[in-house]
Design a binder for this molecule. Structure first.
Ligand SMILES: [Zn+2]
Length: 317
């Protein structure tokens, strides 16, 4: 373990007896940083977590400046004033945004995005008439989002101050699995929405067959930045415990997990394989690659096997 990284042991956040089963030992494959991390499963409730894990103060080591999600959502300031997209591009965008970032049918109101990165989604919602705010731990990304003109709190959701007004909707795309204290975060967000307010989040789905197939080579495992590994059932328990009623689960229509995981397996056997490095870099292919694979992703999603899910929940009274 690198000397600047401190580890901490954490019990199951659902308050279960401290009995875990070891599932696998993985490493950082996104940036190939040193360290080995064990994923355990609570024997009582089944919630999986990375344990021990880097402390909140030292986990930054595993989020280097080139951490993908910070850049993937960057909005080109020079293009903000461009006219509307041509119809075909708009259709493609809608297809891909459907159930990766799909939202409950709500009229524009106040929205908070947890982990807003560089502000692309904030911008999209603002263009649709929403009053938007963000929370983002990366200084660089938070500044990019602020440059777009949106209020962004730079820091963690766990440490964020109470808002002045309540929200109609809180979203968090691929965020919950990164949080050290998801229980605290979800309780806080529950307090921050209006009565009947909504939560829309996405997380990897560790109930998918691909997790059992690829194990430590599963793309969505992403230890040690992914601290929890949710299934629809364990996520529903966490939501219920924090005052949210799960309304809907969508299986995303995207094959990135599968393609990159295949690349990792191939890379393990043939480190210099060009095919492997092509597959591992699949997330950068963008619309064209995803479009080609969309029919397969659609079929997998019908069986809950696409490896990522979007969940809607509503504040319980
Ligand atoms: Zn438990």
């Amino acid at each position: 373990m690198p000397p600047e990284v401190l580890l901490e042991n954490m019990k199951c956040p659902l308050g279960c007896p401290p009995e875990d089963e070891t599932i696998l030992v993985g490493r950082d494959r996104l940036h190939n940083l040193p360290g080995e991390f064990t994923v355990v499963k609570c024997r009582t409730c089944g919630l999986m977590r990375t344990n021990p894990r880097p402390t909140p103060r030292t986990i930054g080591y595993y989020y280097p400046d080139d951490y993908g999600p910070y850049h993937g959502t960057r909005v080109d300031h020079t293009k903000l004033s461009d006219g509307p997209l041509p119809p075909w591009k708009r259709l493609l965008k809608r297809v891909f945004q459907f159930n990766t970032q799909c939202l409950p049918p709500l009229p524009p109101g106040r929205m908070l995005e947890v982990g807003c990165a560089s502000g692309a989604f904030l911008h999209r919602m603002a263009c649709q008439g929403w009053e938007v705010e963000g929370i983002e731990p990366s200084e660089d990304a938070a500044n990019s989002a602020r440059l777009l003109g949106y209020p962004v709190y730079m820091g963690s959701i766990e440490g964020a101050p109470e808002p002045d007004y309540l929200y109609d909707l809180v979203v968090g795309w691929m965020v919950l699995e990164h949080l050290h204290n998801p229980l605290l975060a979800l309780k806080k967000l529950r307090r921050w929405v209006k009565p009947g307010g909504w939560l829309a989040i996405s997380v990897p789905n560790a109930a998918a067959l691909e997790f059992r197939m690829f194990k430590d080579a599963w793309y969505a495992l992403q230890v040690p930045t992914h601290l929890y590994h949710y299934t629809p059932r364990t996520l529903e328990m966490l939501l219920a415990k924090t005052g949210w009623r799960r309304e809907k689960v969508f299986d995303q229509r995207i094959l990135t997990n599968l393609v990159v995981s295949l690349g990792y397996c191939l890379q393990d056997k043939m480190p210099r394989s060009r095919l492997a490095s092509y597959l591992v870099n699949f997330p950068n292919i963008g619309v064209a690659g995803n479009l080609m694979l969309y029919p397969f992703a659609y079929v997998l999603s019908l069986f809950g096997q696409a490896g990522r899910m979007t969940v809607w929940a509503r504040r319980m009274e």
